[in-house]
Write a protein that binds this ligand. Structure first.
Ligand code: FMN
Length: 310
Protein backbone atom coordinates (compact mmCIF):
# COMPACT_ATOMS: atom_id res chain seq x y z
CA UNK A 1 0.00 0.00 0.00
CA UNK A 2 1.07 3.58 -0.62
CA UNK A 3 2.00 5.70 2.38
CA UNK A 4 -1.25 6.64 4.13
CA UNK A 5 -2.44 10.24 3.81
CA UNK A 6 -2.34 11.79 7.27
CA UNK A 7 -3.29 15.28 6.15
CA UNK A 8 -6.17 17.02 7.85
CA UNK A 9 -7.72 20.47 8.06
CA UNK A 10 -8.57 22.59 11.09
CA UNK A 11 -10.36 25.90 10.79
CA UNK A 12 -9.24 26.11 7.15
CA UNK A 13 -5.60 25.44 8.12
CA UNK A 14 -4.17 22.53 6.15
CA UNK A 15 -1.92 20.25 8.20
CA UNK A 16 0.45 17.55 6.92
CA UNK A 17 -0.58 15.37 9.84
CA UNK A 18 -2.92 15.79 12.82
CA UNK A 19 -0.20 16.08 15.49
CA UNK A 20 0.28 19.46 17.16
CA UNK A 21 2.31 20.69 20.12
CA UNK A 22 -0.01 21.97 22.86
CA UNK A 23 0.32 25.53 24.09
CA UNK A 24 2.62 26.15 27.03
CA UNK A 25 4.53 22.90 26.64
CA UNK A 26 6.72 23.83 23.66
CA UNK A 27 7.45 27.51 24.40
CA UNK A 28 7.97 29.50 21.21
CA UNK A 29 9.57 26.48 19.54
CA UNK A 30 13.26 27.25 20.14
CA UNK A 31 14.21 24.53 22.63
CA UNK A 32 11.89 21.77 21.46
CA UNK A 33 12.98 22.15 17.82
CA UNK A 34 16.32 20.53 18.80
CA UNK A 35 14.53 17.29 19.65
CA UNK A 36 11.35 17.47 17.62
CA UNK A 37 11.66 18.34 13.91
CA UNK A 38 8.94 20.96 13.51
CA UNK A 39 8.90 20.24 9.75
CA UNK A 40 7.40 16.84 10.51
CA UNK A 41 4.48 17.83 12.73
CA UNK A 42 1.13 19.37 11.84
CA UNK A 43 1.44 22.55 13.87
CA UNK A 44 2.98 24.22 16.88
CA UNK A 45 0.63 26.07 19.21
CA UNK A 46 2.87 28.56 20.96
CA UNK A 47 2.82 29.58 24.62
CA UNK A 48 0.05 32.05 25.52
CA UNK A 49 0.65 35.66 24.39
CA UNK A 50 -0.91 38.76 25.93
CA UNK A 51 -0.75 42.45 25.10
CA UNK A 52 2.00 43.08 27.67
CA UNK A 53 4.86 40.93 29.01
CA UNK A 54 4.43 39.34 32.44
CA UNK A 55 6.31 36.99 34.80
CA UNK A 56 3.55 34.59 35.81
CA UNK A 57 3.00 33.21 39.34
CA UNK A 58 5.61 32.83 42.14
CA UNK A 59 7.29 29.40 42.65
CA UNK A 60 6.81 26.55 43.37
CA UNK A 61 4.71 26.43 40.19
CA UNK A 62 4.71 22.73 39.31
CA UNK A 63 4.51 19.41 41.13
CA UNK A 64 4.19 15.78 40.11
CA UNK A 65 1.05 13.76 40.71
CA UNK A 66 0.50 9.97 40.32
CA UNK A 67 -0.36 10.18 36.61
CA UNK A 68 0.50 13.66 35.49
CA UNK A 69 1.39 17.04 36.87
CA UNK A 70 -0.12 20.07 38.55
CA UNK A 71 0.96 23.48 37.28
CA UNK A 72 0.23 27.03 38.27
CA UNK A 73 2.64 28.77 35.94
CA UNK A 74 0.26 31.70 35.47
CA UNK A 75 0.92 32.57 31.82
CA UNK A 76 4.33 34.32 31.80
CA UNK A 77 4.91 35.74 28.32
CA UNK A 78 6.99 38.19 26.29
CA UNK A 79 4.07 40.36 25.12
CA UNK A 80 2.65 40.47 21.61
CA UNK A 81 5.02 43.08 20.13
CA UNK A 82 8.20 41.33 21.19
CA UNK A 83 6.66 38.00 20.12
CA UNK A 84 6.09 39.33 16.60
CA UNK A 85 9.50 41.03 16.35
CA UNK A 86 11.70 38.44 18.04
CA UNK A 87 9.99 35.04 18.04
CA UNK A 88 7.98 34.78 14.84
CA UNK A 89 11.10 35.07 12.58
CA UNK A 90 12.48 31.88 14.17
CA UNK A 91 9.21 30.03 13.64
CA UNK A 92 8.98 31.21 10.01
CA UNK A 93 12.02 29.09 9.10
CA UNK A 94 10.00 25.92 9.49
CA UNK A 95 7.55 24.34 7.11
CA UNK A 96 4.89 23.93 9.76
CA UNK A 97 1.75 25.74 10.78
CA UNK A 98 2.04 28.23 13.62
CA UNK A 99 -0.99 28.79 15.82
CA UNK A 100 -0.68 31.54 18.38
CA UNK A 101 -2.35 31.01 21.74
CA UNK A 102 -3.65 34.35 23.06
CA UNK A 103 -5.22 35.68 26.24
CA UNK A 104 -6.19 39.02 27.72
CA UNK A 105 -7.27 40.42 31.07
CA UNK A 106 -10.39 42.01 29.57
CA UNK A 107 -12.63 41.18 26.64
CA UNK A 108 -11.20 44.16 24.76
CA UNK A 109 -7.63 43.03 25.39
CA UNK A 110 -8.35 39.71 23.70
CA UNK A 111 -9.49 41.74 20.70
CA UNK A 112 -6.37 43.90 20.76
CA UNK A 113 -3.96 40.95 20.88
CA UNK A 114 -5.87 39.24 18.08
CA UNK A 115 -5.80 42.45 16.04
CA UNK A 116 -2.03 42.87 16.53
CA UNK A 117 -1.42 39.39 15.08
CA UNK A 118 -3.71 39.83 12.10
CA UNK A 119 -1.76 39.74 8.86
CA UNK A 120 1.59 38.83 10.48
CA UNK A 121 3.52 36.61 8.05
CA UNK A 122 4.13 33.18 9.53
CA UNK A 123 1.10 33.22 11.82
CA UNK A 124 -1.52 30.82 10.49
CA UNK A 125 -4.19 30.89 13.17
CA UNK A 126 -5.17 31.89 16.68
CA UNK A 127 -6.13 29.78 19.65
CA UNK A 128 -7.81 31.89 22.34
CA UNK A 129 -7.27 30.57 25.84
CA UNK A 130 -10.39 31.33 27.86
CA UNK A 131 -9.71 28.44 30.19
CA UNK A 132 -6.48 28.88 32.18
CA UNK A 133 -7.25 27.90 35.78
CA UNK A 134 -4.24 29.77 37.18
CA UNK A 135 -5.00 33.39 36.44
CA UNK A 136 -7.96 35.31 37.79
CA UNK A 137 -8.59 37.53 34.81
CA UNK A 138 -8.31 36.39 31.24
CA UNK A 139 -8.50 32.74 32.05
CA UNK A 140 -11.09 30.51 33.54
CA UNK A 141 -13.38 33.40 34.54
CA UNK A 142 -14.01 33.95 30.81
CA UNK A 143 -14.40 30.34 29.86
CA UNK A 144 -16.76 29.18 32.59
CA UNK A 145 -19.45 31.80 32.04
CA UNK A 146 -21.51 31.39 28.89
CA UNK A 147 -22.30 35.04 28.42
CA UNK A 148 -18.63 36.10 28.78
CA UNK A 149 -17.58 33.31 26.42
CA UNK A 150 -19.98 34.68 23.81
CA UNK A 151 -18.71 38.24 24.27
CA UNK A 152 -15.03 37.32 24.08
CA UNK A 153 -15.43 35.12 20.98
CA UNK A 154 -17.49 37.76 19.23
CA UNK A 155 -14.91 40.47 20.11
CA UNK A 156 -11.98 38.42 18.77
CA UNK A 157 -13.95 37.47 15.66
CA UNK A 158 -14.41 41.16 14.83
CA UNK A 159 -10.65 41.81 15.25
CA UNK A 160 -9.18 39.17 13.00
CA UNK A 161 -9.53 37.38 9.70
CA UNK A 162 -7.21 34.61 10.92
CA UNK A 163 -8.71 31.18 11.58
CA UNK A 164 -10.02 31.27 15.15
CA UNK A 165 -9.87 28.36 17.56
CA UNK A 166 -11.28 28.68 21.09
CA UNK A 167 -9.71 26.61 23.86
CA UNK A 168 -12.35 25.27 26.22
CA UNK A 169 -12.24 24.57 29.94
CA UNK A 170 -13.20 21.18 31.34
CA UNK A 171 -14.10 22.88 34.63
CA UNK A 172 -17.75 23.34 33.68
CA UNK A 173 -20.89 21.24 34.07
CA UNK A 174 -21.71 21.02 30.36
CA UNK A 175 -18.84 21.67 27.96
CA UNK A 176 -21.09 21.23 24.91
CA UNK A 177 -22.99 24.45 25.65
CA UNK A 178 -19.69 26.36 25.61
CA UNK A 179 -18.62 24.76 22.34
CA UNK A 180 -22.00 25.65 20.81
CA UNK A 181 -21.68 29.27 22.01
CA UNK A 182 -18.25 29.50 20.32
CA UNK A 183 -19.64 28.08 17.08
CA UNK A 184 -22.57 30.52 17.16
CA UNK A 185 -20.22 33.50 17.64
CA UNK A 186 -18.07 32.63 14.64
CA UNK A 187 -15.26 30.43 15.96
CA UNK A 188 -13.77 28.19 13.25
CA UNK A 189 -12.81 25.38 15.64
CA UNK A 190 -12.60 24.51 19.33
CA UNK A 191 -9.75 22.85 21.20
CA UNK A 192 -10.19 20.86 24.38
CA UNK A 193 -9.31 20.24 27.07
CA UNK A 194 -7.33 22.67 29.17
CA UNK A 195 -6.26 21.45 32.61
CA UNK A 196 -8.60 20.36 35.41
CA UNK A 197 -8.34 22.28 38.69
CA UNK A 198 -6.49 20.25 41.33
CA UNK A 199 -4.63 20.59 44.63
CA UNK A 200 -1.86 18.69 46.36
CA UNK A 201 -0.72 19.00 50.00
CA UNK A 202 2.75 18.22 51.38
CA UNK A 203 2.14 16.05 54.46
CA UNK A 204 5.55 16.93 55.97
CA UNK A 205 4.87 20.67 56.03
CA UNK A 206 1.05 20.59 55.84
CA UNK A 207 1.32 23.23 53.13
CA UNK A 208 -0.07 23.17 49.61
CA UNK A 209 2.66 22.06 47.20
CA UNK A 210 1.97 25.00 44.89
CA UNK A 211 2.41 28.63 45.96
CA UNK A 212 -0.85 29.34 44.11
CA UNK A 213 -2.54 26.66 46.33
CA UNK A 214 -4.44 25.14 43.38
CA UNK A 215 -3.18 24.33 39.91
CA UNK A 216 -4.12 22.71 36.61
CA UNK A 217 -3.93 18.93 36.37
CA UNK A 218 -2.62 17.55 33.07
CA UNK A 219 -1.18 14.28 31.78
CA UNK A 220 -2.53 10.71 31.50
CA UNK A 221 -4.78 11.17 34.58
CA UNK A 222 -7.10 13.45 32.59
CA UNK A 223 -7.23 11.48 29.33
CA UNK A 224 -10.55 9.66 29.86
CA UNK A 225 -12.20 12.96 30.83
CA UNK A 226 -10.76 14.59 27.71
CA UNK A 227 -11.84 11.78 25.36
CA UNK A 228 -15.36 11.89 26.80
CA UNK A 229 -15.58 15.66 26.35
CA UNK A 230 -14.21 15.55 22.80
CA UNK A 231 -16.79 12.90 21.89
CA UNK A 232 -19.63 14.96 23.42
CA UNK A 233 -18.53 18.16 21.69
CA UNK A 234 -18.07 16.41 18.32
CA UNK A 235 -21.66 15.24 18.62
CA UNK A 236 -22.85 18.79 19.24
CA UNK A 237 -21.02 21.17 16.89
CA UNK A 238 -20.18 21.14 13.18
CA UNK A 239 -16.87 23.00 13.50
CA UNK A 240 -13.74 20.84 13.87
CA UNK A 241 -12.35 19.84 17.24
CA UNK A 242 -8.71 19.60 18.35
CA UNK A 243 -8.38 17.02 21.11
CA UNK A 244 -5.80 17.06 23.89
CA UNK A 245 -5.33 15.83 27.43
CA UNK A 246 -2.89 13.11 28.45
CA UNK A 247 -1.80 12.00 24.98
CA UNK A 248 1.51 10.12 25.24
CA UNK A 249 1.54 7.78 22.24
CA UNK A 250 -0.23 7.02 18.96
CA UNK A 251 -2.81 4.77 20.63
CA UNK A 252 -3.84 7.65 22.88
CA UNK A 253 -4.02 9.93 19.83
CA UNK A 254 -6.21 7.39 18.02
CA UNK A 255 -8.75 7.45 20.85
CA UNK A 256 -9.24 11.17 20.25
CA UNK A 257 -9.44 10.79 16.47
CA UNK A 258 -11.98 7.97 16.75
CA UNK A 259 -13.98 10.13 19.18
CA UNK A 260 -14.19 12.76 16.43
CA UNK A 261 -11.19 15.08 16.81
CA UNK A 262 -9.79 16.27 13.46
CA UNK A 263 -6.37 16.90 15.06
CA UNK A 264 -4.70 16.30 18.41
CA UNK A 265 -2.15 18.09 20.58
CA UNK A 266 0.60 16.74 22.80
CA UNK A 267 1.25 18.65 26.06
CA UNK A 268 2.74 17.23 29.26
CA UNK A 269 4.33 14.29 27.39
CA UNK A 270 6.74 16.80 25.76
CA UNK A 271 8.43 17.28 29.15
CA UNK A 272 9.19 13.56 29.43
CA UNK A 273 10.10 13.00 25.79
CA UNK A 274 10.28 16.01 23.45
CA UNK A 275 10.14 13.70 20.41
CA UNK A 276 6.69 12.38 21.38
CA UNK A 277 4.88 14.27 18.60
CA UNK A 278 7.11 12.76 15.88
CA UNK A 279 6.72 9.28 17.34
CA UNK A 280 2.94 9.73 17.36
CA UNK A 281 2.87 10.83 13.70
CA UNK A 282 4.99 7.79 12.74
CA UNK A 283 2.84 5.50 14.90
CA UNK A 284 -0.37 6.73 13.27
CA UNK A 285 1.10 6.15 9.83
CA UNK A 286 2.13 2.60 10.75
CA UNK A 287 -1.27 1.83 12.29
CA UNK A 288 -3.03 2.96 9.13
CA UNK A 289 -0.63 1.08 6.87
CA UNK A 290 -1.13 -2.14 8.82
CA UNK A 291 -4.90 -1.81 8.55
CA UNK A 292 -5.00 -0.60 4.96
CA UNK A 293 -6.51 2.72 5.92
CA UNK A 294 -5.53 5.16 3.18
CA UNK A 295 -6.76 8.44 4.66
CA UNK A 296 -6.99 9.89 8.16
CA UNK A 297 -10.58 10.91 7.38
CA UNK A 298 -11.51 7.23 7.45
CA UNK A 299 -10.73 7.20 11.18
CA UNK A 300 -12.09 10.52 12.39
CA UNK A 301 -15.27 10.07 14.44
CA UNK A 302 -15.49 6.36 13.61
CA UNK A 303 -15.93 5.11 17.18
CA UNK A 304 -18.41 2.24 17.11
CA UNK A 305 -21.14 2.81 19.64
CA UNK A 306 -23.15 -0.42 20.02
CA UNK A 307 -26.69 0.07 18.71
CA UNK A 308 -25.76 3.16 16.68
CA UNK A 309 -25.26 3.38 12.93
CA UNK A 310 -21.92 4.75 11.82
C1 FMN B 1 3.24 23.72 32.07
C2 FMN B 1 1.99 23.95 31.26
C3 FMN B 1 1.76 25.20 30.69
C4 FMN B 1 0.59 25.42 29.94
N1 FMN B 1 0.38 26.66 29.36
C5 FMN B 1 -0.72 26.87 28.59
C6 FMN B 1 -0.93 28.12 27.93
O1 FMN B 1 -0.09 29.05 27.98
N2 FMN B 1 -2.09 28.29 27.22
C7 FMN B 1 -3.02 27.29 27.11
O2 FMN B 1 -4.05 27.48 26.45
N3 FMN B 1 -2.82 26.07 27.68
C8 FMN B 1 -1.72 25.84 28.43
N4 FMN B 1 -1.51 24.60 29.00
C9 FMN B 1 -2.50 23.52 28.79
C10 FMN B 1 -2.03 22.53 27.71
O3 FMN B 1 -1.90 23.18 26.46
C11 FMN B 1 -3.04 21.35 27.56
O4 FMN B 1 -4.30 21.84 27.21
C12 FMN B 1 -3.19 20.54 28.85
O5 FMN B 1 -1.97 20.44 29.54
C13 FMN B 1 -3.74 19.13 28.59
O6 FMN B 1 -2.91 18.36 27.74
P1 FMN B 1 -1.76 17.37 28.31
O7 FMN B 1 -2.42 16.49 29.33
O8 FMN B 1 -1.27 16.63 27.10
O9 FMN B 1 -0.71 18.23 28.93
C14 FMN B 1 -0.35 24.37 29.76
C15 FMN B 1 -0.09 23.10 30.34
C16 FMN B 1 1.05 22.88 31.07
C17 FMN B 1 1.29 21.52 31.67
Amino acid sequence: MMKPDLSTEIAGIKLRNPVMLASGTAGYGEDISKYCDLNRIGAIIVKGIALKASHGNPPPRICETPAGMLNAIGLPNVGVKSFIDERVPFLRQFDTKVIVNIFGSTVDEYGEVAGALNGVAGVHGLEANISCPNVKEGGIAFGTDLDTTRRVVSRIRKSTTLPLIIKLSPNVTDITSFAKACEDEGADAVSLINTLIGMSIDTATWRPRLANITGGLSGPAIRPVAVRMVWQVCNTVKIPVIGMGGITDSRDALEFLLAGASAIAVGTANFLNPSTAIEIADGLSLYMEERNISRLNHLIGKVKIPGRQL
